[in-house]
Design a binder for this molecule. Sequence first.
Ligand code: GLP
Length: 270
Amino acid sequence: MNIVILENAAKVEEYTAALILSEIQHRPYPKLGLATGRTMEGVYKHLVQAYNRGFDFSNITTFNLDEYVGLSPIDEASYRAYMDKHFFNQTNVERARTHLPHGLAESMVDEVEKYRSLLEEAGSLDLQLLGIGNNGHIGFNEPPALFGSETRIIELSEETRQQNAGAFENNLEDVPTHAITMGINTILKAKKLVLVATGPSKAEAVAGAIEGPLRASLPASAIQLHHSVWIILDIAAANQLKLQTYYHRQAANSTKIQEVHDYIDKYMRS
Ligand code: GLP
């Protein structure tokens, strides 16, 4: 695992964006798995900034992790609208190559099949960006989540609906009860996982995911099964990790981790 612990959320967002840029530049047709949530807003802000400084996104294909069931893509609270607003509409990403499940499809059963097939046809994604819920979910894989799960419809927990109510003007009753999400096994098929967390509310889930046992009740712990994982944290989110000194020492000696800083210098700092 490449565990990078940075001073604050702003640095985490900047570093994560730089890591994505380096992935894009290393591949002719990068396939990215994308995520939503407040943590990612700052990451996309930096990607847009990189675009404004000449970075080209025209060759990327994207697949998002999840979408709310019952929201149309033009509903402001939908993840499609989020992606359009924070990233796609502000850069030269080819819209036809951006994919999210349709939350208001005529048949959600067919929509699940459709998204599964799209992902299968695409083959392994080069990088999968992941946030983490306070309850340890990744995508919308609520605990307990089978590690063998694929794209499916899931019922959201009360905790998750409360956490995400901000996007619905804090009206809990407006937060959909279900979502369509890539499964844990779908996520694990990506070539590289990048998990990002900031703030104290994530500390327990982060510690469990990295240093705890593998368990369905902490879906993010499934990342331990993967061969290439990056975890970018601020001090608050890293707070409950026991081996922090070790992670800092490893990061200081890692050329891979240092390489990403070159992208920060080139595209994010004037
Ligand atoms: C939602 C998304 C998750 C994301 C989580 C964290 O639940 N489905 O993919 O990881 O939010 O969100 P935030 O960054 O707002 O804490």
